[in-house]
Design a protein around this ligand. Structure first.
Ligand SMILES: Cc1cc2nc3c(=O)[nH]c(=O)nc-3n(C[C@H](O)[C@H](O)[C@H](O)COP(=O)(O)OP(=O)(O)OC[C@H]3O[C@@H](n4cnc5c(N)ncnc54)[C@H](O)[C@@H]3O)c2cc1C
Length: 407
């Protein structure tokens, strides 16, 4: 029997950020248990890694702001490069209602105090020369935004956590979690652990872990896809371009365009029905959806139609019925925290999620009021798998949708 003070199950970006923040707080012996041979090998490295602060919810905007601060200073503070590029981002509105929504987003930005400026559509080409601005009604520039190589960022969190004494075990699958007296007993492929605190950050597999302690985490895994073109001389500093009216985004990667699309009819993935050992690698791409994304983006980035696809990339985004994270104590399970339901914002919020979880362990509560993310907020409805699946699909489909057009 091995012992720890805090065990974190899952070595994706959320688990590793949590380990880093716990270790920084001297939370005792912190151990991450990851079933893969490598850390951060599931959804995290499939991500576009965009970190965008323009949000309607001040809590989320502050959360992303802390991640921006953390990753931009990470190398200087820890010696590990979080692979952050401060490219800025440009949000474009293709209709008047979106332009009106931008005003509300600007107000939140002012309230929080981060820079956002309205730019003339014709000014977009100063930052992104190949963008066609003919259909753009309004544009916002967020200069502090950027993107990370999400896999590298997660490994940087993990390396910094190790430097501060945390232990990250790989090839260590958690098979059972149960209460043993006053501690949690965690059975793994490498033996049994006991710990006072347990944190579950198992990505798409979170439910299989929380169910063992009688709780269904209110989220459903949903396929999210993106693709990268062949290299086309796209500068690393090219801003992230968000085209919410087409449910699409574009950013530079390896001198090429990486672009993605929130499918209006997304594919839910029932992990209970997959073969043993199913992983993110087994999520198949749907090239027709990428062709749809190119069609949607043509009016803004006509160059896309001339470039071949070099790589399809997809993963499982964990979606909740209201599109908000699930972060906090598992009901009726002493000292167990869960964090999932990261949607398309898991990288952008990664540092803050880790900080909040470490504050729960060290201080008894996070420094921000986060009741809106309470894991128990849907009550018994969560047990209705059909409801959970369709509500999660609806929030994924509506990711960029205007409030007036949401179902
Ligand atoms: C195509 C795509 C684009 C995206 N773009 C963005 C973006 O631009 N910006 C953004 O913020 N977010 C984006 N996301 C979302 C982001 O990638 C996720 O929110 C984030 O990676 C989730 O991290 P995680 O640590 O929760 O999950 P994961 O990375 O999946 O990690 C979970 C870990 O838990 C481990 N695990 C599970 N069960 C067990 C067990 N029983 N025992 C031991 N270990 C276990 C797994 O092996 C895995 O390593 C995107 C997602 C996709 C798919």
């Amino acid at each position: 029997m091995q012992t720890a003070d805090v065990i974190v199950i899952g070595g994706g970006i959320w688990g590793l950020s949590t380990a880093y923040h716990l270790a920084r707080r001297n939370a005792g012996r912190v151990v991450v248990l990851e079933r893969n041979q490598q850390l951060a090998a599931e959804t995290t490295p499939q991500s576009a890694g965009q970190i965008g602060q323009l949000r309607g919810d001040p809590v989320l905007a502050r959360a992303v702001g802390y991640t921006l601060d953390t990753v931009s200073q990470f190398a200087a503070q820890t010696g590990h490069d979080a692979a952050f590029v401060r490219s800025g981002s440009i949000h474009v509105a293709l209709c008047d209602e979106r332009a009106l929504q931008f005003e509300q987003l600007e107000r939140v930005a002012q309230e929080i105090g981060y820079p956002v400026s309205r730019i003339e559509p014709t000014d977009i080409t100063q930052f992104a020369p190949t963008v066609n601005v003919d259909s753009v009604r309004a544009a916002l520039h967020v200069p502090n935004d950027g993107y990370v190589d999400a896999g590298a960022c997660a490994l940087a969190y993990g390396a910094a956590a190790r430097d501060q004494g945390a232990n990250c075990l790989t090839s260590c699958q958690v098979t059972q979690v149960c209460r043993s007296g006053s501690v949690w007993q965690i059975t793994t492929s490498q033996g049994t652990w006991q710990a006072e605190h347990l944190i579950i950050t198992g990505g798409a597999w979170t439910q299989s872990l929380t169910r063992q302690i009688g709780f269904t985490a209110p989220m459903y895994p949903i396929r999210l896809q993106q693709a990268r073109t062949l290299a086309d001389g796209v500068a690393e500093s090219h801003p992230v371009i968000r085209v919410p009216d087409e449910s699409c985004y574009i950013r530079p990667e390896r001198n090429a365009y990486l672009f993605g699309y929130f499918d209006p009819d997304p594919l839910p993935i029932n992990l209970d029905q997959q073969p043993p050992g199913f992983s993110t690698r087994d999520v198949r791409p749907e090239p027709v959806l990428i062709r749809t994304a190119i069609e949607r983006l043509t009016k803004v980035l006509p160059r896309l139609t001339q470039l071949s696809i070099d790589e399809f990339r997809q993963g499982m985004m964990t979606c909740t019925p209201d599109g908000k994270f699930v972060v906090g104590p598992v009901p009726e399970a002493a000292n167990v925290l869960v964090a999932t339901g990261c949607g398309g914002t898991g990288i952008a919020a990664s540092a803050t999620i880790g900080r909040w979880l470490s504050e729960w362990v060290c201080d008894g509560a996070p420094s921000e009021e986060v009741a809106q993310y309470d894991p128990a907020r849907f009550g018994s409805q969560t047990a209705d798998d059909e409801w959970l699946r369709s509500a999660a699909c609806a929030t994924s489909a509506a990711y960029y949708r205007l409030p007036s057009s949401r179902e």
